[in-house]
Design a protein. Structure first.
Length: 399
C-alpha cells in the first residue's frame, strides 16, 4: 500500500469509504510481489495495481462489492487452460488477493495504519486473511513500541493470547523490514498452516526507503543517482571537494554532502534528523577510485552490516586497492564483500550504460539473480520468492 498511501490518506481524511485489494500470496511467475495493492473508492476511482493489468478488472469489481457488503474476501487468480479469456494470469502464476473494505473511523487498526504509512512512520499492518469468519479482516497496526486496533473490538474475548502473539510476530517482522504471512493457532502458538483451527495474518512492514550513498561527485555518479532514485532508494551524494559536490550538478539527489567519505559514513551509524540510519538494505557505491578517499572509507564500510558495497576502478586499481585494504587490517572475508569493479559486464561505456550495469548488480545481489539472460535458463524468474518458499518448506518440515 505504500505506493498509494498518499491517495488512501486523502480518501480517509475526507471520510470517504473505499476498499483495498492486496496481493498476499504469489506462486509461480506472477507479475507483482506480496504487498502490491489496488484501491477503489465509493465513487469508483481506482489507484494502484495488483497484477499489471491481467486481473485488474475482476479485482476492481471485488472492491466495489466489498464496499457495498462491508465484507472482506480472499480470492485466488490463476491461469485457465480451458478458457484463455477467463480471468487469470497468462504468465502461468497464481495470485492470492485479499480485498478489505475501509470505513474511516470504524477500525482503530486500519485508521492508525493508514496514518502511519502516509506519514512515513515505520509500522507493520497485520490483517487476518484466513480463519474464523468473525476474525476475517481484523487488523492491528504495530510500531516499535505500541500497537493500535484489536482482534476483539467489542471487548475482551478468548483472542487475547492470539493478539499478543500476532503483535509480537508483526513487531519482529517490522524490525527486519519483512512482509509475509504468519499462521498461528487460536491460542497464539506458531503452527503449520495446514493444521486445523488456525488464523493466518498477512503482515506488511512499512519502513523508510532504503538508502543509496554515492561517494564521488563525478559524471558517472549523476547517472547512478538517477537510476538509484528510479529503483526507489533515498540517494545521497558525498564528496570532500565542494567544487564538485553541488546540488546544481546532482539535482535529483535527496541530499548532497561535502565531507570526507569515511567521516560522513561514521556520522551515519545512528539515525539523523528523522532519517533512517544505514542498515542491511543500504547500498554504498564508491566511485572516486582514489586511494586517499577509498581506503579509509572501505576500511569502515566492509565491516558494516550493509547490503551492498561496490567500488569503481580498473582491474589493476582493484588489485592495488585490495592490497592496501590488507595492509590496514581487513580480513580476506571482509575484502570478499567488495563488489569491484562495480557493475555487471554489459560492455557499458557511457555514464548511463555504466549506471545500468551498476543497478543490475545491485538488483541481482538483493534478489539472488544469476546474472544470466532469462532465455538461457529454465528455472524460476523470481529468485527471492523461490528462496522464501524453500525456506518456509524447510522450516515447516523441521517444526
Amino acid at each position: 500500500m505504500q505506493d498509494i498511501a498518499e491517495q488512501l490518506q486523502a480518501w480517509h481524511a475526507s471520510g470517504r469509504s473505499f476498499a483495498v485489494a492486496t496481493v498476499v500470496g504469489v506462486s509461480g511467475s506472477a507479475p507483482r510481489d506480496p504487498g502490491a495493492a489496488l484501491a477503489v473508492d465509493a465513487d469508483g476511482e481506482a489507484v494502484g495495481s495488483v497484477s499489471g493489468g491481467c486481473v485488474e478488472g475482476a479485482v476492481y469489481e471485488l472492491c466495489q462489492q466489498a464496499i457495498e457488503s462491508g465484507q472482506a474476501v480472499l480470492e485466488r487468480f490463476g491461469y485457465s487452460d480451458e478458457d484463455a479469456f477467463a480471468v487469470g494470469l497468462t504468465c502461468g502464476g497464481i495470485l492470492d488477493v485479499f480485498v478489505q473494505p475501509v470505513v474511516p473511523g470504524a477500525d482503530d487498526g486500519l485508521d492508525a495504519g493508514i496514518t502511519y504509512i502516509a506519514s512515513g512512520t515505520p509500522v507493520a499492518l497485520a490483517r487476518v486473511i484466513e480463519g474464523p469468519a468473525g476474525l476475517l479482516g481484523a487488523t492491528v497496526a504495530v510500531t516499535a513500541d505500541t500497537h493500535h486496533g484489536s482482534l476483539s473490538p467489542g471487548g475482551p474475548t478468548t483472542t487475547g493470547a492470539l493478539e499478543r502473539s500476532a503483535v509480537a510476530e508483526a513487531r519482529a517482522m517490522l524490525d527486519a523490514g519483512r512482509t509475509g504471512k504468519v499462521t498461528l493457532a487460536l491460542d497464539g502458538r506458531p503452527c503449520d498452516p495446514t493444521a486445523a483451527e488456525t488464523v493466518t495474518f498477512f503482515v506488511e512492514s512499512y519502513v523508510p526507503k532504503p538508502r543509496m550513498i554515492v561517494f564521488g561527485a563525478i559524471d558517472f555518479a549523476a547517472a547512478v543517482v538517477r537510476i538509484g532514485k528510479f529503483l526507489g532508494y533515498r540517494v545521497t551524494v558525498c564528496d570532500a571537494r565542494p567544487v564538485f559536490a553541488t546540488t546544481k550538478r546532482f539535482p535529483e539527489a535527496d541530499e548532497v554532502v561535502v565531507d570526507w567519505p569515511h567521516r560522513y559514513l561514521d556520522s551515519q551509524l545512528t539515525a539523523l534528523d528523522g532519517h533512517a540510519a544505514i542498515d542491511g538494505r543500504t547500498v554504498l557505491c564508491v566511485l572516486t577510485h582514489d586511494a586517499k578517499f577509498d581506503i579509509p572509507l572501505l576500511e569502515r564500510a566492509l565491516r558494516l552490516p550493509v547490503g551492498f558495497v561496490g567500488a569503481m576502478g580498473s582491474r589493476r586499481t582493484h588489485l592495488d586497492r585490495n592490497a592496501k585494504l590488507r595492509e590496514v587490517g581487513l580480513t580476506e572475508a571482509e575484502i570478499a564483500r567488495l563488489r569491484s569493479p562495480i557493475g555487471l559486464d554489459l560492455g557499458a561505456r557511457t555514464p548511463e550504460e555504466t549506471a545500468v550495469a551498476v543497478a543490475a548488480e545491485i538488483v541481482a545481489s538483493r534478489r539472488g539473480g544469476g546474472c544470466l539472460p532469462l532465455s538461457a535458463g529454465s528455472g524460476p524468474i523470481h529468485h527471492d520468492l523461490a528462496r522464501a518458499t524453500a525456506s518456509t518448506e524447510v522450516r515447516l518440515r523441521s517444526a
